[in-house]
Design a protein around this ligand. Structure first.
Ligand SMILES: *Cc1c(COP(=O)(O)O)cnc(C)c1O
Length: 428
C-alpha cells in the first residue's frame, strides 16, 4: 500500500477538494485504497511524497509522450514565461504551433485553440450542428469525449470505471439528440442513418478507442464511417485528443488513411499544459466567430506557455526514429505482459496501437464497450497494487490506456516485465 505522507495528504485533501482530487479517476476508486501524492516527475519516472520511485505508464493520461520535465519543454516554458504568461491578444506562439499541427494533419485547413479536450469536442459538435443545420449526433458506447453535457451518454473513462450510465444534472432534453452505437459496429451506424438520415449532424469517434481501455478499430470500421457520413451529408469528427501525435505523428487519420471533416486535439499538443484545439475543412471552420455565427471563445485560449510547450513537444516528436522507438518498446512491453500472463495461466488480452495499450484481464476478444466490460477489474486492481509495490505506476483503472513515452528505455521495460511476472505469479 502507499506511504504515510500520501495518506496524510489525502486525508487533508478530502477536507478541501471534492473527493480529495481534481478529476475523479485519480481518487483510485476503481482499484481501492488511496492515491499516491506525487512530488515530482523526471523522464519515465514519478516520485511520490514518500520518496518512492515509480516507472510511469500514466503519462498524465496521455500528454507526456516526451516523459516528465523534458529539458526542451522546461527551457521553452522558462523562456516563454519570462515574456509574460498571458496576453489576451494574438502572439507568434499560436502561429508556430498551428503551423506544425496543420502541416502534420492536412485535413486541418483552419483551426482554433481552446483550453481542454472537452472544449474541443463540445465546440466541434456545436459547429457541426450549425454547419449541417441538423440536431442529432452519433457517438459510440464507451467513447469519451470530455464532460460536455451532450456527450455524457454511455461515456467511457471515469464514467465507465465508476459504472455511471451518464451523469446527474444533465437534463433529458440535452442528450435526447445523442444517438449511441456500439464501437466497431458500422452496421448499427448505418441503421441509425437509415432511421434518422437527414437529422444527423455528425458522427464523433475516437479513431482508436482509448477510454474504455484501448480498443483498436476493426479493419473497415473507420472507412465505413467515412462512407456513411458522406452518403448522408453528416460530418465525420475524429476525436484525436489521445491519438493525435500518439499513434503516429500525424495521428490516426494518417495511420488509417481517413480524412475526417473535423478533428479534435488536446493532450500531447499542449506538452503537459492545459490545451485543446479543433479544426478541419476551411469551409466549415469559417462559421466560427469572428468569421461566422458560431460563438466560441476563451480568456486563456492560445496561452503562450501552453503553445510553447506544444511547439517544443511536436518539434521533438518530428525527429527521425521517435515513433519507431515507441513502437519497439511498446511491442516489447505488450509481448512481455502476454508472456507473463501465459506463464501464470492468467487470461489476458493486450490491445495496443503504437505506444497506447491496455492489458484486459479476460479470455474473450475485446472489440467494443460490452466486451471490454467483461474484463475483470478486481484482477486488474490486484495487478495494479502489485506493480505499484514493485515500483511501476500503471493507470488506476482497468479501462484506461497505458502510455509509453520517449523517456522509457529497454531498462524500464525490462524492470516492468520482471515486476509483472512476479506479481502475476504470486497474486494471479
Ligand atoms: C482526455 C480526452 C478528452 C477530454 O480532454 P480534457 O482535456 O480532459 O477535457 C476528450 N476526448 C478524448 C478522446 C480524451 O481522451
Amino acid at each position: 500500500m502507499n506511504g504515510e505522507r500520501s495518506q496524510q495528504l489525502f486525508a487533508e485533501a478530502q477536507k478541501l477538494l471534492v473527493g480529495g482530487v481534481s478529476s475523479p479517476v485519480r481518487a483510485f476508486g476503481a482499484v481501492g485504497g488511496t492515491p499516491l501524492f506525487i512530488a515530482r516527475g523526471s523522464g519515465a519516472k514519478l516520485y511520490d511524497v514518500d520518496g518512492r520511485e515509480l516507472i510511469d505508464y500514466l503519462g498524465s493520461w496521455g500528454p507526456l509522450i516526451l516523459g516528465h520535465a523534458h529539458p526542451r519543454i522546461v527551457a521553452a516554458l522558462k523562456k516563454a514565461s519570462e515574456q509574460g504568461t498571458s496576453y489576451g491578444a494574438p502572439s507568434e506562439h499560436e502561429l508556430e504551433l498551428a503551423r506544425l499541427i496543420c502541416k502534420a494533419m492536412p485535413s486541418l485547413e483552419l483551426l482554433r485553440f481552446v483550453n481542454s479536450g472537452t472544449e474541443a469536442t463540445m465546440s466541434a459538435l456545436r459547429l457541426a450542428r450549425a454547419y449541417t443545420r441538423r440536431p442529432k449526433i452519433i457517438k459510440f458506447a464507451g467513447g469519451y469525449h470530455g464532460h460536455a453535457d451532450l456527450l455524457l451518454v454511455q461515456a467511457g473513462s471515469g464514467l465507465m470505471t465508476l459504472g455511471l450510465p451518464g451523469s446527474a444534472g444533465v437534463p433529458q432534453e440535452t442528450v435526447k439528440e445523442t444517438l449511441v452505437a456500439p464501437y466497431n459496429d458500422a452496421k448499427a451506424v448505418r441503421r441509425l442513418f437509415e432511421e434518422f438520415s437527414d437529422t444527423i449532424a455528425a458522427v464523433i469517434v475516437e479513431p482508436v478507442a482509448g477510454n474504455m481501455g484501448v480498443v483498436p478499430p476493426t479493419s473497415d470500421f473507420l472507412q465505413d464511417l467515412r462512407r456513411l457520413t458522406q452518403k448522408y451529408g453528416a460530418l465525420l469528427i475524429f476525436d484525436e485528443v489521445i491519438t493525435g501525435f500518439r499513434v503516429a505523428y500525424s495521428g490516426a487519420q494518417q495511420l488509417y488513411g481517413i480524412k475526417p471533416d473535423l478533428t479534435c486535439l488536446g493532450k500531447i499538443i499542449g506538452g503537459g499544459l492545459p490545451v485543446g484545439a479543433y479544426g478541419g475543412r476551411a469551409e466549415i471552420m469559417r462559421l466560427v466567430a469572428p468569421l461566422g455565427p458560431v460563438y466560441q471563445a476563451g480568456t486563456l485560449s492560445g496561452n503562450p506557455l501552453a503553445m510553447a510547450a506544444g511547439v517544443a513537444t511536436l518539434t521533438e516528436l518530428a525527429r527521425p526514429g521517435t515513433y519507431e522507438h515507441l513502437e519497439r518498446l511498446s511491442g516489447q512491453l505488450a509481448q512481455g505482459l502476454s508472456a507473463a500472463a501465459r506463464e501464470a495461466e492468467v487470461p489476458l488480452q493486450i490491445k495496443r496501437v503504437g505506444s497506447m495499450l491496455t492489458p484486459f484481464f479476460t479470455a474473450e476478444p475485446v472489440t467494443d464497450y460490452a466486451s471490454a466490460q467483461r474484463a475483470d477489474p478486481k484482477r486488474y486492481a490486484r495487478f495494479f497494487w502489485g506493480l505499484l509495490e514493485h515500483g511501476v505506476y500503471p493507470p488506476p483503472s482497468q479501462f484506461e490506456a497505458w502510455f509509453v513515452s520517449l523517456a522509457h528505455t529497454d531498462k524500464e521495460i525490462t524492470q516492468t516485465l520482471v515486476a509483472a511476472r512476479e506479481v502475476l505469479r504470486t497474486a494471479p
